[in-house]
Design a protein around this ligand. Structure first.
Ligand SMILES: [Ca+2]
Length: 316
């Protein structure tokens, strides 16, 4: 991004973030409160199904829950279409799909208690054992050792689970959970009151720009620590606690989307205006205000991305 124009956008976003301060802070409080409970089992989530063999209504989670509650309207319930929709998940699940990158443990007792549990590795699909079927009371994302040093676990086809962020003003490098990073960049680069299709195009660009650099881990701080991105306009502006409901929704809705050129993650750049995007004709730059105007004119985020980034493929 052009630093000058990116800063203009950032100031605008900061003002917007201040207006929705309460929601932003709540939204970023913990993984368990992520706004992903939409009845669709997406990448990064752990899902219960009401019936065996991943049938019936499903309930999607992005973090651990120690107590589901037992009564509507406050309990964690099955959200997807099909049998069981609207029922509380406690003691009512028969199968699971773990689409997170961590092993998830299902417990017989609340608050991860008791000696009866069952583990599901990342990617695992299966039925709960006889002792846990309709007896599930809590589940926990087990912490796995994150990549160490300069390493990433991302590839051109798999999202990194973390990204190394150089906190310039603090003079340190933080390893930040990748989705948390994206959610706390987008509102600083895309004003959260812009149309949702513009925010979705932005969510995909911000994610792929971070993904591209996470695969490199090539930069070094003055003291020699490696990092992927800085928290400043030289990369993308990252501010912990800045997530908003609107931008979170855009990130969640597009989390499963991968954008490639010739099968590879490319450097998806963006800048505030068409005239500021000096290199946009090369097909690697998206105009942020352009994405807003096209969204207002009814364009989908896919069409916007394909207009600015030439020769790309969007999956799924
Ligand atoms: Ca979901």
């Amino acid at each position: 991004m052009s630093p000058r124009t990116a800063r203009l956008i950032s100031r605008l976003a900061a003002a917007t973030a201040a207006m929705v301060l309460g929601g932003g802070l709540l939204a970023s409080a913990s993984p368990a409160s992520a706004a992903t409970r939409n009845g669709v089992c997406e990448t990064g989530e752990f899902c219960y199904y009401f019936n065996s063999d991943n049938q019936g209504s499903l309930s999607d989670f992005s973090g651990s829950v120690g107590d589901y509650g037992t009564e509507q309207p406050s309990c964690f319930d099955f959200k997807g279409p099909g049998t069981g929709k609207g029922k509380c998940v406690k003691n009512a699940a028969a199968s699971v799909w773990n689409r997170s990158s961590q092993t998830v443990r299902v417990y017989y007792n609340s608050n991860y208690g008791g000696s009866t549990f069952q583990d599901f590795k990342p990617g695992a699909k299966g039925n709960l054992n006889a002792g846990l079927k309709n007896q599930n009371a809590s589940h926990q994302f087990l912490s796995s050792a994150p990549p160490t040093g300069c390493k990433t676990d991302g590839t051109h086809s798999k999202l990194p689970t973390t990204i190394l962020v150089y906190r310039e003003s603090l003079n340190r490098v933080d390893r930040v959970e990748f989705k948390t990073y994206i959610k706390n960049v987008l509102p600083n680069e895309w004003p959260s009151y812009w149309p949702s299709e513009s925010l979705r195009a932005g969510a995909i660009a911000v994610k792929h720009f971070g993904w591209y650099w996470a695969l490199r881990s090539a930069s070094k701080t003055p003291s020699g620590q490696c990092y992927d991105v800085s928290d400043h306009t030289t990369s993308q502006v990252y501010k912990p606690g800045s997530a908003t409901a609107a931008t979170d929704a855009a990130v969640d809705a597009t989390w499963g989307t991968r954008m490639t050129r010739d099968g590879k993650i490319f450097k998806a750049q963006y800048c505030s205006t068409t005239t500021a995007c000096r290199h946009w004709v090369t097909g690697d730059w998206m105009s942020q205000t352009g994405s807003r105007d096209k969204a207002k004119a009814g364009w989908s985020h896919s069409r916007i991305l394909q207009y600015y980034y030439t020769g790309i493929v969007l999956n799924p």
